[in-house]
Structure formats: structure tokens, C-alpha cells
Design a protein around this ligand. Structure first.
Ligand code: AMP
Ligand code: MG
Length: 485
């Protein structure tokens, strides 16, 4: 028996809708995350088929009370008062060995009252993308939802063409989003906002202090700043930072059109629907700030009975965001440059390297990874060869070495620190695409399995995966991604 709890189900009943998954024709395992299952107390020694039935949505396990969560959201800046889980169901919650509680959610498990005409299903391609990328993000040390299981349904879903279907099981500290708060605030339902504040603080282990709503806002500000700084550190572009995809837990959620950039370009966008670059690489901190302002609006009535006093309190928090973000950003990029600690005066040095990457059209991941080779005063060919124009790099390297000299740390220490801050390989989009093509077109999951292994230890050089380090050849380059649903 899987020891499910039904905690979200205990919230006021209009927060969710009870809904059972719709069974699929011929479920087949694609992936099962055994270590994660064990950590959550899922009995993995039981017959495979019983678990397969659960993670395909064909059998509701004892103790689970599947439900679709209600939420709203700003999509590309436009408010939609009702979105909700249209193709996902929260099965229930499980605890890990440290006593932390996690949501377990099926995605692609059939329509719900929130489906708005959609089929409630997921195609296999997006399931593979989410499985690969979310697990890789975890291995890169970035807060994220995890992938517990992936199942092929044996059915087709109709998109622009018929595609094989899949169900992914996602695990999160909490699926409560900014959009969850917006759903109730937009209806003037202050009582449910208050209940949701208490629920979320309790779930995330955050003390309510003397003002629970402010404690939640403070937590969200810090968590989003930390998260987006980490995204920028690996060249990650989320692609659809709508408020319904912004989790209070500070986990990366929704791997629709996300992609990692190859050549560094702060304006990089992949998503086909992001025509104005709202969610471009360098705009992500600006959008996180904007999303936090939308969260703050929903909390006002719970912060202070006097609206002006409440506004003053949230403004103080929101105005602090850029500074908090900058602190996280400096910590991430200072470590990537091998600094023992990056202070405010190091921001210019960090920007200098990014500008050199941009000017030289260099690959973001490899340039940081090979930079350690230049610690001894040389400019190794592996590094220089990444730059179409190396004049900015050549001007910058002596400044960097002079700054490192101030730290007075041995080169070996700096090098090993840099190697755990700069991944050797990341989930490049053309590789994700390769895994999807093999699975969808040829029913071949070997690429998917190999990439899972390669990205489980992204900081360790591994000869077996040396071919996975490089940027795409011109014909392999993926220039556009889609909100695959
Ligand atoms: P997303 O783009 O994944 O953030 O989803 C935005 C909204 O559309 C959410 O309310 C989803 O539940 C809903 N949605 C996306 N795809 C489907 C689908 N295939 N069937 C039903 N609802 C969907
Ligand atoms: Mg979403």
C-alpha cells in the first residue's frame, strides 16, 4: 500500500474538484524513478503491474483521493480567472524520510472540470521532455518538481497530427502557485486565501511569525530570487513564466517550452508563442518580480485591515526584490568564476565575462566549463576556440586573474570549486529532441535512457558521455519550442 495522505483535500471544497483518472488502453512503463519512490515510501518490491496501473491512472490506490486543483493566472500578462488542473490530478501527499510532505500528481490522466475543451491528455514527447529536464535540473542543484514515473498509454492523442500518448507522475513540495491565490482573491474569498496561506506555510515548513501573509510573501520573494538566479547560472529559459506556473515553493514547475541556451544571448527566446520576448533569458528576474507583485495583491486583505498600511508593507518587500536577486545572482556567478565570495564590486567582473561571451558568440556552458583551464595564465585552445571574436575575452582574462589573486587561494582549489559550479553537460535542446524523435518515431527509448544516465551527474566529466557536451551542429539546432500539451 502506498501511504497517501489527503491534506489538500481537507481545504475548503471549492479549492478543488474530486475527479478520478480516466483509464488508458494499454499502459507500458517508460521510466520509473526507483530512488525517488523509495525516498517517498512507495513499496517498490510489489509486483510491477500494480504500480503500473496506479501511474497510468487505471487504478486509484487505497488512501488516494484524486482531485483537480483550482487556480487562475496571468498568461503573458493577461488575467484568466479560471485555469485549474485540466489534465492533471493530485493523487495525494507522501512523506519522505525527513518527514517533509510532497504532492504526487498524475499529468495526462484525462479531462477534468477545468479542461476547457482540452482532452486532458499528454503526448509522449512532452512527457519525455519533462522527465529528462526536471530530473536533470535536480541533478544540477536547482529546485524543481521531480519525475516519479512515466507511462506510455497505448493510445493516440490528437494534436496537429496523432501522437502517442503518455502519463507522467510529478512530485512537488507543493503545487500551490501564485495563480492559486489569484483564483480566490479574484472572487473576494478572503477566508480561503487565509486558509491557503496557513496551508502553504505549514507545507513549506515556514514559520508564520506575527503576520502569516507577510511571512509567506517574504518566503516567496527569497525563493523566487534564488530560483531565477540558479536558472540564469545554467542558461535555462523557462519560456512560460505565467503566474500559474510560479510555485510558492520556489520549485521550477511546468516544462512546456523550456530550453537551455547554447550560444550566449541575453535576449534568447525559444517558445513559439513568446513573440515579444517577455520570457527571454535576461528578462526572467523582471518577470519573477512582476509575478511576486501579483501574489502580493492577493495577500493584502490578510496583511492588514488598513489597505494603505498593507500596501506600504508589501511595497517594502517588493522593492527589496532586485537587491535580493542581485545577491543570489552574484553568489551563483561568483562561484562560476571561482571567486571565494562575490561582493557588490564583483558584479562588473561577472558582467564583463558575459559581455565577452555575447560579443564572441560563445557557447555559455562550455565557456564557463573551460574557463578553469585559463587559471594558469594561458588561454587554452578549448576555451579560445569557442569565441568567434576573442578580443573581449583577451581583455577580460587579466582582470579576472588579478581578482583571483586577491583571494589568495591555490589554483587546484579554485579549479575544483569551479568544476562543481560549471556543469560539463546540460540538457541541450537538440539532445532532448533526439530522445523524443527516437521514442515517438521508432518506439526506441534507448536515447532517453542514456540521457537520463548522462544528466544524473552533470558536473563529472565522463568519457562515455563526451559526445553529449557539444552544442548542436547547424542542422541539429532547435530554434523554437512549443507548449507541448
Ligand atoms: P500550461 O500551458 O501547461 O501551463 O496549461 C495552461 C492551462 O491549460 C492549465 O489550466 C492546463 O490544465 C490546461 N491544459 C493544458 N493542456 C491541456 C489539455 N491537453 N487538456 C486539458 N487542459 C489542458
Ligand atoms: Mg502550467
Amino acid at each position: 500500500m502506498i501511504p497517501f495522505q489527503a491534506r489538500y483535500a481537507a481545504l475548503p471544497e471549492h479549492a478543488h474538484v474530486r475527479q478520478s483518472p480516466v483509464p488508458v488502453a494499454a499502459p507500458r512503463w517508460i521510466a520509473f524513478n526507483r530512488p525517488l519512490a523509495e525516498a517517498l515510501g512507495v513499496p517498490v518490491d510489489r509486483p510491477d503491474t500494480a504500480l503500473l496501473e496506479v501511474f497510468a491512472g487505471n487504478r486509484v490506490p487505497d488512501g488516494a483521493r484524486p482531485l483537480a486543483m483550482a487556480y487562475a493566472g496571468h498568461q503573458f500578462g493577461h488575467f484568466v480567472p479560471q485555469l485549474g488542473d485540466g489534465r492533471a490530478l493530485l493523487l495525494g501527499e507522501l512523506q519522505d524520510r525527513e518527514g517533509r510532505t510532497f504532492d504526487v500528481q498524475l499529468k495526462g490522466s484525462g479531462p477534468t472540470p477545468f479542461s476547457r475543451g482540452g482532452d486532458g491528455r499528454a503526448a509522449l514527447g512532452p512527457v519525455i521532455r519533462e522527465y529528462l529536464v526536471s530530473e536533470a535540473m535536480h541533478a544540477l542543484g536547482i529546485p524543481t518538481t521531480r519525475a516519479l514515473a512515466a507511462v506510455a498509454t497505448g493510445e493516440f492523442v490528437q494534436r496537429e497530427q496523432p501522437l502517442p500518448g503518455g502519463v507522467i507522475t510529478r512530485v512537488a513540495r507543493s503545487h500551490v502557485r501564485v495563480g492559486t491565490f489569484q483564483y480566490f482573491a479574484a472572487r473576494g474569498d478572503v477566508d480561503t486565501v487565509a486558509a491557503l496561506i496557513d496551508f502553504t506555510l505549514d507545507r513549506l515548513g515556514v514559520s508564520p511569525g506575527d503576520n502569516a501573509a507577510l511571512a509567506l510573501l517574504d518566503h516567496a520573494v527569497e525563493a523566487q530570487a534564488a530560483l531565477v538566479a540558479k536558472w540564469l547560472g545554467v542558461g535555462f529559459i523557462h519560456g512560460v513564466m505565467n503566474t500559474d506556473n510560479c510555485a510558492l515553493s520556489g520549485e521550477t514547475i511546468d516544462y512546456g517550452p523550456c530550453a537551455f541556451m547554447d550560444t550566449f544571448d541575453p535576449k534568447q527566446v525559444f517558445s513559439s508563442i513568446d513573440r515579444h520576448g517577455r520570457y527571454a533569458y535576461a528578462n526572467q528576474p523582471v518577470i519573477a518580480h512582476w509575478n511576486l507583485a501579483r501574489l502580493a495583491e492577493t495577500l493584502l486583505a490578510c496583511i492588514d485591515g488598513d489597505e494603505n498600511a498593507a500596501i506600504a508593507k508589501v511595497n517594502e518587500r517588493l522593492e527589496a526584490f532586485p537587491g535580493i536577486f542581485e545577491r543570489h545572482w552574484r553568489a551563483v556567478f561568483g562561484a562560476k568564476l571561482g571567486l571565494a565570495e562575490a561582493g557588490p564590486e564583483d558584479a562588473a567582473l561577472i558582467r564583463g565575462f558575459l559581455d565577452a561571451l555575447h560579443a564572441g558568440h560563445a557557447d555559455f556552458t562550455l565557456a564557463f566549463r573551460h574557463l578553469a583551464g585559463a587559471l594558469d595564465g594561458s588561454t587554452p585552445a578549448l576555451l579560445a576556440g569557442l569565441f568567434a571574436d576573442r578580443s573581449a575575452l583577451d581583455a577580460w582574462l587579466p582582470q579576472w586573474r588579478a581578482r583571483l589573486a586577491d583571494d589568495d587561494r591555490p589554483i587546484d582549489t579554485i579549479r575544483s570549486d569551479m568544476n562543481v559550479a560549471n556543469p560539463d553537460r546540460i540538457p541541450r535542446n537538440h539532445l532532448v529532441e533526439r530522445a523524443i524523435r527516437a521514442a515517438e518515431d521508432r518506439d526506441d527509448f534507448s536515447v532517453f535512457e542514456r540521457l537520463q544516465r548522462a544528466w544524473a551527474r552533470p558536473f563529472e566529466f565522463d568519457e562515455d558521455f563526451a559526445d553529449l557536451r557539444d552544442p548542436p551542429a547547424d542542422h541539429e539546432r532547435v530554434t523554437q519550442t512549443f507548449c507541448g500539451t
